[in-house]
Design a protein around this ligand. Sequence first.
Ligand code: ZN
Length: 182
Amino acid sequence: MNGPVGRGALLAIALVATLGLAATALASGGLSTGGKDGDGGKRGGGGSDDAAFPIQGRHSYGDGIGAGRGHQGQDIFAKCGKKVVAARPGRVRWVDYQASGAGHYVVVKGKKYDYVYMHMLKRLSVRRGERVGAGEQIGRVGSTGRATGCHLHFEMWRRPGWYRGGQLANPTPFLKRWDRGR
Ligand SMILES: [Zn+2]
């Protein structure tokens, strides 16, 4: 979905410039727990890099950023009902519903990014203000809102975050990395 505000074109251009930075951040330990920010690393027994691919089970990739229509995230197709888990730890900033777009969605505020999960089934597993760890269930894959078929639409926004003036980041390289780490 394109979001309540059409900023796709500009962001798509900005994205090209920022992709390199994202990759650099990744290579320089953007995924390590560290504990410098007090986030993650305290759950014990979690993944070594404290990240998880957001869908459990079989999945395939759909449209990424842009896609000729100002698409602001990466679509991941999976069966409706499959578990959606937090890719990275953080605090739940929004649990809401938007009939015309996002459907049932959750926004998690992490250290560097907001992580946005859209089109999920109605029964979500988290509440606003709650802290979630990487790999912790958020909801289930659905097709609520403006969605064609069962899929998760996943977005990442740099701080200050989603619709708070943060800049859109390309989630696809992150997703592919987390996907390989399984
Ligand atoms: Zn999408």
